[in-house]
Design a protein around this ligand. Structure first.
Ligand code: SF4
Length: 713
């Protein structure tokens, strides 16, 4: 008998679901659906739209998902949403590929010798987790901590004595620490681009890689040509490497790596000389000629930019997570945000990772990367659970995470796919995408709280469970995440309203910047009631962060010799977790148009000195290893730097991701003293031409790399 692919998938879905139904109580409607007696929400060929929240980054975008015949087909931004105003980014759109990915895990994997055996026995799996949870000395490694999932994680960790390590690249704690130093609140800086008329950006790629990329990109559009503004805003950028946001500026000034904070000090000194009050005395004593030498920026530039800032009605300085990638990152961000304080009398901040309904969170539950690695080295943890992150890929090889993790007695990973870390685990539990599961995100800021609800838009992939539900079962709780969310809302009509709108926010937050969204949208009209339900109160898990004291100058540290290696956050592949989505691999890098591989950006002068042209193979050598890749001589790179995107270089992340090289693996671990996090930009490398050409496909030379059907089933 021959089967078409569709018939085969339907058949395997039915048999897979039937096995799961027998094993763990999945309701019968998931096993078979009769076309004659369809559920009332399903009409063949008729589209339904469900409102939910994208969780592919901290942006908090409201999403409406078009679902036909029970399958999600297309994502759109919710027009009246106060954060994203109807827009979505490429990452958000590509979530459909995560949902339908042919390499998703659909069974529990249980180690047997050097291999895994697949299992649908959730009772056995949850039993193993329960035993571990009561054994004490646990470390949980998570990629982010937010919403009700964060609340559950924190609550269970508190009750069991587990420590939580939030491992994110490039990390946002330097931003939180800097804002804490200035305002006392451990929050992220919020930049009111939409209101500004003269913006100085210090290397943040806010359009694609900031804390709220779609929101900031929308605000940038309004800043440049919004219908409410009298004239186009001006953007000036200082950075060692031109990003997309820098490329959109009116003037880009290359600076020496790790000196963004010093540029801010230079501008602040001129502003202070012109009579602005409140600039630190220690900074004012440093001469412009000294700052010019440190940064490579002409003294004249400081004067010209300061003059424009004084003339501006709404001046703004932007610091991003990129500024926190150096060892003096907290100091640098504090210097940049101090400029905002000097110019406007305030530092505006927000927090996208609030924990709704939580009590105060003890500071000792959260550990830094440095503390976690020290604990692993001492053999302090009997059990390590890795939750939807990939430390083996993200950490420099010199930290020897694989060796230390291998020695742990109980190793568990929760993941959508196999990856480098799951390869070492004893148990791997298959989790769900945000399109299949319940969740939320509570964001506070100048607009007051916005509560985003995340609801499943279609049935989950058979054999998977949401991470939140797995944790609840492991902790012996009878409630699911869905029930936990719903129990917080007393009035059924408010719950219904939240399901329709994608969350709850006050009317004032809709109008917080004077923009009410698209009132003409047929599916998501603006709210007709003043309030759609009050957002729940939330606690910032980082409240216990120590307040750094910034009392003088601080230099960034670099180890080794040669060029400074900048491993930059890829606008398409993020921290590498999106490398297995073909849409994101196929999407040309916005600055180079390279697709499907990594590349090594060299300053033009160095490329000429080495006789290197585009595509020639070059080798970077640090004290911690080598990386080989195709050269991309780049005019828009400081002469002391080389730059490589993060995201490629997987070796156990599936057919689409296993390609290229990972610059993080050759870094020297340098620590930030204020946060205990890694300074990702702190390694110098030697550059050599090794001969030969490497295949580097730019968009105009691309081949069709789709070897498998990758569409909704
Ligand atoms: S910015 Fe993009 S990835 Fe982040 S929440 Fe919005 S759509 Fe999702």
């Amino acid at each position: 008998m021959e089967l078409t692919r569709r018939e085969f998938l339907q058949w395997s879905l039915v048999t897979g679901a039937a096995v799961a139904f027998a094993g763990c109580g999945i309701p019968p409607h998931q096993a078979l659906i009769s076309q004659a007696e369809l559920p009332e929400y399903r009409l063949p060929g008729v589209a339904r739209w469900y409102a939910t929240t994208c969780q592919d980054c901290s942006g908090g975008c409201g999403v409406s998902v078009r679902v036909i015949d029970g399958r999600a087909k297309k994502l759109e931004g919710i027009p009246a949403h106060p954060i994203n105003h109807g827009k979505l980014c490429a990452k958000g759109h590509s979530s459909l590929q995560a949902l339908y990915h042919p390499e998703r895990l659909t069974s529990i994997l249980k180690r047997q010798g050097s291999d895994f055996i697949p299992s649908q026995d959730w009772n056995e799996g949850i039993g193993a987790l329960r035993k571990q949870i009561s054994s004490g000395s646990m470390l949980w490694i998570v990629g982010s901590l937010y919403g009700t999932l964060g609340a559950l994680t924190l609550e269970i960790a508190q009750n069991t004595g587990a420590k939580i390590w939030v491992l994110d690249f490039p990390g946002r704690n330097s931003q939180r620490a800097a804002v804490k130093a200035l305002t006392g609140k451990a929050e992220l800086p919020y930049h009111e681009i939409v209101k500004s008329d003269y913006v100085v950006n210090f290397g943040s790629d806010f359009l694609l890689g900031g804390n709220m990329p779609v929101h900031d990109a929308w605000a940038y559009g309004e800043f440049r040509q919004g219908k409410n503004r009298a004239r186009r805003g001006t953007l000036i950028s200082f950075s060692p490497r031109m990003s997309l946001s820098d490329g959109n500026s009116d003037r880009w000034v290359p600076i020496r790596p790790g000196t963004e904070g010093w540029v801010a000090i230079g501008i602040g000194n001129v502003l202070a000389q012109s009579g602005k009050k409140g600039w630190p005395a220690w900074a004012s004593k440093i001469s412009l000629s000294e700052i010019s030498q440190k940064t490579g920026v002409d003294e004249d530039v400081f004067h010209r930019v300061a003059k424009k800032l004084i003339e501006a009605k709404h001046p703004l300085a932007i610091a991003g997570s990129e500024n926190g990638m150096v060892s003096n990152g907290v100091w640098a961000i504090a210097a940049i945000e101090s400029l905002n304080h000097l110019m406007t009398g305030k530092v505006v901040s927000f927090e996208p990772d609030l924990i709704p309904g939580a009590k105060a969170i003890p500071a000792n539950v959260l550990v830094s990367t440095k503390q976690a690695m020290a604990g692993l080295k001492k053999g302090q943890f009997e059990t390590v659970w890795v939750m939807e992150t990939n430390p083996r890929y993200l950490l420099p090889s010199k930290l020897k995470f694989d060796e230390l993790f291998s020695k742990v007695k109980n190793k568990v990973a929760f993941s959508l796919y196999r990856n480098e870390t799951t390869l070492l685990a004893d148990w791997v539990f298959p989790t769900q995408t945000w399109l299949e599961s319940w969740g939320d995100r509570l964001i506070s800021g100048p607009w007051k709280e916005v509560y985003n609800l995340q609801q499943p838009v279609m049935q989950e992939r058979a054999g998977t469970k949401s991470l939140g539900d797995i944790l609840l079962m492991a902790a012996g709780e009878s409630k699911s995440v869905h029930e936990t969310l719903k129990s917080r809302v007393k009035d059924e009509s408010i719950w219904e309203n939240m399901l329709v709108r994608g969350g709850a926010w006050k009317e004032s937050s809709l109008a917080w910047e004077g923009y009410l969204g698209d009132n003409t949208h047929p599916i998501y009209p603006p709210p007709v009631v003043a309030n759609q339900g009050n957002p729940p109160a939330g606690v910032n898990p980082w409240n216990g962060m120590k307040k750094p004291s910034i009392t003088g100058e601080e230099e960034s540290q670099f180890s080794g010799e040669g060029q400074v290696l900048i491993p930059f956050y890829s606008p398409n592949l993020g921290d590498g977790s999106l490398a297995n989505r073909p849409w994101m691999q196929e999407l040309p890098d916005p600055m180079t148009t390279v697709v499907w591989t990594h590349w090594v950006e060299l300053p033009i002068a160095l490329a000429q000195q080495l006789g290197v042209e585009r595509g020639d193979v070059v080798k970077l050598t640090s004290a911690n290893g080598t990386l080989v890749g195709p050269a991309y001589p780049n005019l828009a790179l400081h002469p002391e730097a080389v730059a490589v995107p993060v995201g490629q270089g997987h070796y156990h992340y599936g057919e689409w991701a296993n390609r290229g090289s990972n610059p993080l693996s050759i870094l020297e671990p340098i620590w930030q003293k204020e946060t205990g996090e890694l300074a990702w930009v702190g390694t110098r490398v030697k550059v050599e031409k090794v001969g030969g050409k490497s295949r580097m496909t730019t968009y105009d030379q691309r081949e069709d790399r789709f070897s498998k059907e990758f569409l909704p089933l």
